[in-house]
Design a protein around this ligand. Structure first.
Ligand code: HEC
Ligand code: HEC
Length: 433
């Protein structure tokens, strides 16, 4: 050791080592072995200080870049929904001439309507995970179904034809289903879930009921997040499912048709629309004007009187309407006089003018021309004690004497009621894709 120190001492007068210069500066002495040790200690203290400062500032900045714990990991895993940036359901706006509204006590919020969308497309809402609301209400067909009777769980078949769900909100009639057996949309939306043939939570034949479903949904991660998003806590109740589903369905609206373009430019429905062809304006007049009948109930003037029951500009059903002469039952010879509601006549045809779905509660009319043939000549059998009086003047079934030109004009007009956005807008589409 001594030797070494001596060696250092001896060799250092013209030292080329930087640590030697440092030792001279720090200790004011010639570098010796013990001074080297002191230097190393000093440096170690210095570096540990620097290191801890570095670590400290590092961990500090780490804290800043780690995002707040994600409340929606399960939702993002299962769904193409970002709960932080929701689609607009609440503030979509509507044309000024549309004033009917059955929203009542359940105004749309983006949060609950988003939850409603997920419920609408979720096959978990059926007993065997095969059927969602959208199985029978398809966006591409204006939320209706092309099948005469729709397929439910375990090959169950609906007893009536599915209904299109366009502009259900913008209507005077607040009761739902063809026969208006649901007192409100909120009451309606969980009925398919507990229907034995549709989604199957009926409590019959060993199947679970709505409570079983609520427990099932409670175990699904994204519902924990989405019920909390919509209602502030994760509790699932039938009432919450109802408000959410009803909000989603009320949000489905279609106001970008050729009719709307024209209506916005006209003082009222009766005035000719500047964007319409002569044929479309003629069809509109036939739709709006009531028929003038002779004593034999044969039309001798006026129009077809469709407006009496399917009232523009919403084309919703008159709440006082009785049945329109379709009194059949799918797959049976029985009679059903109770069907007095129709979906809005908007979007009955697709962009190509083809029927989105067959028409009426029995799907008896495949085309709009078949519908017109029905109204042209209404049968008034004694057994139909609920036929609307407007269709049987003098208690004789109406004969509208439609000409081919008039029929073509009516078809041309009904085509103008078809919109675009509602068929493709993703906010009404399947969030599981
Ligand atoms: C298996 C097919 C099927 C399923 C599943 C189904 N529906 Fe329907 N939906 C129908 C049929 C058929 C009707 C008409 C039934 C009737 O009037 O008796 C209908 C009618 C409706 C109506 C009434 C529309 C109106 O204008 O009165 C609404 C709203 C509706 N369904 C919403 C839903 C919701 C929400 C779900 C899911 C919870 C659902 N549907 C599941 C077939 C189905
Ligand atoms: C007296 C009232 C009344 C009049 C007038 C009337 N309808 Fe209807 N319409 C109804 C009822 C009620 C239904 C539902 C009937 C059913 O399915 O049993 C309906 C159903 C329809 C449907 C089927 C809708 C669907 O979603 O399946 C179309 C289309 C239709 N009407 C068009 C017309 C046209 C066009 C006219 C004029 C020529 C007209 N209606 C006149 C009461 C009326």
């Amino acid at each position: 050791m001594v030797n070494l120190a001596v060696d250092f001492g001896k060799s250092q007068s013209k030292s080329i080592y930087p640590q030697d210069a440092l030792i001279r500066r720090l200790f004011g002495q010639r570098p010796t072995f013990s001074l080297h040790l002191r230097l190393i200690k000093k440096l170690m203290r210095y570096y540990s200080l620097v290191l801890s400062i570095l670590l400290f500032s590092c961990s500090d900045s780490l804290e800043e870049t780690v995002p707040a714990p994600d409340l929606y990991t399960e939702t993002k895993k299962a769904l193409s929904i970002n709960p932080v940036v929701l689609d607009n359901y609440a503030a979509q706006g509507k044309p000024a001439y549309v004033n009917k509204d059955n929203t009542a006590a359940n105004p749309i919020t983006d949060k609950a309507a988003t939850l409603g969308r997920v419920l609408f497309y979720d096959k978990n809402l059926s007993v065997n995970n095969t059927i969602s609301c959208a199985s029978c209400h398809k966006q591409e067909f204006a939320f209706g179904d092309t099948a005469v009777s729709s397929l439910g769980v375990d090959n169950g078949r609906t007893e009536r034809h599915s209904m299109r769900l366009i502009n259900t909100r913008y209507a005077n009639e607040a009761k739902f289903f063809w026969n208006e057996r649901a007192a409100s949309l909120e009451a309606q939306v969980t009925m398919p879930i507990v229907d034995h043939l549709e989604m199957g939570f009926s409590g019959q034949t060993g199947r679970g009921n709505i409570t079983t479903l609520i427990t099932k949904l409670g175990g699904i991660g994204y519902y924990k997040e989405l019920f909390k998003l919509a209602y502030g806590d994760a509790t699932i109740t039938e009432a919450r499912m109802q408000t959410a589903l009803a909000q989603f369905i009320r949000s489905i609206q279609s106001f970008d048709s050729k009719y709307d373009l024209g209506r916005a430019q006209a003082p009222n429905d009766g005035a000719p629309f500047p964007n319409f062809t002569a044929q479309e304006n003629a069809g509109k007049n036939l739709f709006l004007a009531p028929p003038i009948f002779n004593a034999a109930s044969v039309r001798i003037g006026g129009g077809f009187g469709c407006q009496g029951c399917h009232q523009a500009p919403e084309f919703d059903i008159d709440p006082n309407s009785r049945n329109n002469g379709f009194i059949g039952v799918i797959g049976s010879a029985q009679t059903d006089l109770t069907n007095t509601r129709s979906p809005s006549l908007r979007d009955i045809l697709n962009a190509a003018g083809i029927a989105n779905t067959p028409f009426m509660h029995t799907a008896a009319s495949a085309t709009i021309r078949q519908v017109l043939a029905h109204y042209n000549s209404i049968a008034n059998p004694a057994r139909n004690t609920n036929l609307d009086p407007r269709l049987r003047p003098n208690n004789i079934g109406q004969n509208l004497q439609m000409t081919p030109d008039e029929i073509n004009a009516m078809v041309a007009f009904l085509r103008t009621l078809t919109g675009k956005d509602v068929y493709t807008n993703k906010k009404w589409g399947n969030p599981f894709l």
